[in-house]
Design a binder for this molecule. Structure first.
Ligand SMILES: [Zn+2]
Length: 123
């Protein structure tokens, strides 16, 4: 008999079987991962995904202007980007994957103009 490290029940199983069930196996591994400290890779990865999600949420029409504070309140962090694109006027748009933004001041309020990636930006 073996003892399942998740539920502590005894069970019979093949030599290499560690958990009594698939349920216990995934529950155990989930708990283990949850307690692991976040690596820098995961912190950056999570923030980039969150940034993209927020940009997509506020830019459903392909272009939009949003108050900077609104995005920051959602958890947006402009330091985390995947690339940039400069237009002919010299304005630099920062991108998180396929969604871009650029800071702008309008009536004394800080805003972001949101854009979507276009193929001509490759040039
Ligand atoms: Zn179990």
């Amino acid at each position: 008999m073996k003892t399942c490290p998740c539920c502590n029940e005894e069970f019979r199983g093949r030599e290499n079987k560690v958990f009594c069930s698939l349920y216990c196996k995934s529950a155990y591994n989930y708990e283990k991962d949850k307690n692991k400290p976040l690596t820098r890779f995961r912190v950056v990865d999570n923030q980039l995904r969150l940034n993209r999600k927020i940009l997509a949420k506020f830019n459903q029409a392909g272009k939009a202007t949003v108050r900077k504070q609104t995005l920051l309140a959602e958890g947006f962090d402009p330091k985390y980007i995947t690339g940039w694109w400069k237009n002919k006027k010299g304005d630099t748009y920062l991108f998180c994957y396929d969604y871009g933004f650029i800071g702008r001041e309008e009536n004394g309020k800080e805003k972001y103009v949101l854009v979507q990636w276009q193929d001509y930006m490759l040039k």
